[in-house]
Design a protein around this ligand. Structure first.
Ligand code: MLT
Length: 324
């Protein structure tokens, strides 16, 4: 038989062999890589939606925390995983839009190396400090930072993470040069802020709300145009006299090449979780918002990744920071 018909036959056989696998997906537990430490914002929101998704899909979704290098280690692992639907990941605005500008040798392209599944949440950043910080308002705090920054420490989740990039933009805006202290996630970093080993952070609201409510850290502002329903007494940066607005997001992806039917099943299960009243109520408590219908799914996420890369790259380049 000539070569071409044999090749076509081969592809058809492979596809035929694959069909049951897609139809029966998932037939075993799924692993979701979280590229930051357990207990942090990306971990918390991943566990919340995956608990619901596992009920829809009828298989457990097991979280594997793979921290390091601002989350790019875990996302590299996800990009290089088998495109079978059994390894997925939840990255964020840092790993999926800022990392290319900071890591010249990044081993994945957020816009090309993944099958986008969908946006998990949006959450504004909060400007927080250790609880005995004297300043009483955002204005006073910025003044305090301007006069003391060389003696202060700023905690973040590694170069390219959201907390790192938010710090980069904020510190550049007010010409601040604190000591930057990297962690494998803002989960462990916030513990050091509570303990007074760090002076300030700019972190996802969902990670700091419990500490703010417990009074174990001080909050100066939410970097958003509107106040959070869960923190009605906390002013926005705009109310505090600054135009520093910083919205973050987390998003679910699968390795490029994952069958479209499987990606659709995952996206539908994620969307179903986001429509669940229990998940929605928890999101409000956590200062998070659910992506609107049109923004959901692979197309909405692809658009977001491309527009955020275009937005953040010149800002990072202007700051002249490169991961070594
Ligand atoms: C985390 O889960 O630790 C954060 O998402 C890290 C970050 O990007 O700031």
């Amino acid at each position: 038989m000539p070569l071409m018909p044999r090749l076509i036959m081969g592809v058809l056989v492979l596809a035929a062999l694959n069909l049951p696998a897609v139809a029966q997906y998932p037939s075993k537990p799924i692993t979701v890589i979280v590229p930051f430490a357990a207990g942090g914002p990306t971990d918390v929101v991943t566990r919340l939606v995956c608990e619901h998704m596992s009920r829809t899909l009828g298989q457990p979704i097991i979280v594997e925390n793979v921290g390091g290098a601002g989350g790019t280690l875990g996302m590299t692992r996800a990009a290089q995983a088998q495109p079978s639907g059994y390894t997925i990941a939840v990255g964020n605005m840092g790993t999926q839009s800022a990392a290319p500008a900071l890591y010249p040798n990044l081993k994945y392209d957020p816009a090309k190396s993944f099958a986008q599944v969908g946006i998990v949440n949006f959450t504004p950043q909060a400007i927080v400090a250790k609880k005995d910080t004297a300043a009483g308002s955002l204005k006073e705090f910025i003044h305090f930072l301007k006069t003391n920054h060389s003696k202060l420490s700023y905690g973040h989740a590694g170069v390219g993470s959201i907390s790192h990039v938010a710090g980069l933009v904020f510190n550049a805006k007010f010409s601040l040069e604190p000591t930057l202290v990297p962690y494998r996630g803002t989960g462990p970093a916030i513990q050091d802020l509570v303990g007074g080993q760090l002076d300030y952070m700019i972190d996802q609201s969902l990670n700091v709300i419990p500490q703010i409510k417990a009074g174990t850290i001080k909050v100066y502002a939410i970097a958003a145009p509107e106040r959070l329903a869960s923190l009605p007494d906390v002013p926005t940066t705009v109310e505090g006299g600054s135009d520093f607005i910083f919205s973050a997001w987390n998003a679910m992806v699968a390795p490029k090449g994952t069958p479209t039917d499987i990606v659709t099943k995952l996206a539908d299960a994620l969307s179903k979780a986001l429509d669940d009243p229990v998940v929605q109520a928890r999101y409000v408590e956590l200062g998070s918002s659910v992506p609107k219908g049109a923004d959901r799914g692979p197309t909405g996420l692809q658009k977001l990744v491309e527009s955020e890369i275009a937005h953040i790259t010149p800002i990072i380049k202007a700051a002249g920071v490169i991961a070594n």
